[in-house]
Design a protein around this ligand. Structure first.
Ligand code: 6PG
Length: 227
């Protein structure tokens, strides 16, 4: 996983002199972010050329344990030197989450190249997988699943009784390199269901599609259940 990210990052920076990456939240990616800044890998990454974005954010303060920004700051940003203008935090502090989404969309519009339909193109996106098959904050039965106009949308997560904001599928699916990172035996069945039982549309993660290869990095326990 780490070497794949480093390879793609250097490949793109060599071509474009910059690299845009969407960070996933939750717990799974934290050790990966820490590994990227470890002595073994840190110097292989052109940090100052990278623009960091977020796939979703919870409606909590930046110092709240559930904040995706806080997790990335603790495990990644605080260990590297990059221009502050390269960090694109998703703000969720105002009561008007639609406004916050528009603010974030304007950043994507300003910074990222677009496809023929005007949709921003990220170079790389990290995605996690929830036990219910959600990814980013695109949860089952949420209104954001069918969002075709917005690039970033507010979403109320009934089971968590909380609001979040999330990138939508048109942004995810327009990314050049899509990577799922899934760890934990509690997710083995869902990964197996997605891979071995075909696309039956039961899980939001199945709506992640791409003209490029989508890579799934899973732990050994999950991998052994697939083959
Ligand atoms: C979030 C993530 C979400 C996460 C999954 C898995 O903000 O929660 O974007 O999609 O990747 O919920 O979370 P864990 O890695 O904590 O299992």
């Amino acid at each position: 996983m780490v070497t794949y990210f480093i390879e793609k990052c250097n490949e793109v920076v060599k071509k474009k002199n910059c690299f845009s990456v969407v960070l996933s939240g939750g717990k799974t990616p934290e050790p990966i972010y820490r590994l990227l800044t470890s002595k073994k890998y840190k110097d292989q990454i052109p940090w100052k050329k990278i623009h960091f974005f977020f796939g979703d954010e919870r409606t909590v303060d930046i110092d709240h344990p559930d904040s995706n920004y806080r997790m990335a700051k603790d495990s990644l940003f605080d260990k590297i030197e990059i221009p502050s203008e390269n960090l694109h935090q998703m703000y969720t502090g105002s009561k008007d989450l639609y406004f916050e989404c528009q603010v974030y969309e304007s950043q994507l519009d300003r910074i990222l190249p677009k496809n023929d339909h005007g949709v921003p193109i990220f170079d790389f996106i990290f995605l996690g997988l929830g036990e219910d098959g959600h990814t980013s904050s695109l949860f089952p039965d949420s209104t954001a699943l069918d969002e075709v106009d917005r690039w970033v949308a507010p979403v109320y997560v009934e089971k968590l009784k909380s609001w979040r904001i999330t990138v939508t599928f048109q942004i995810i699916n327009n990314s050049s390199n899509i990577v799922f990172v899934v760890v934990g035996k509690n997710k083995a069945n869902i990964v197996k269901d997605i891979f071995l039982n075909g696309h039956h549309g039961k899980y939001p993660a199945e709506s992640v599609t791409s003209k490029n290869t989508i890579y799934w990095f899973v732990d050994r326990g999950i991998g052994e259940r697939l083959f």
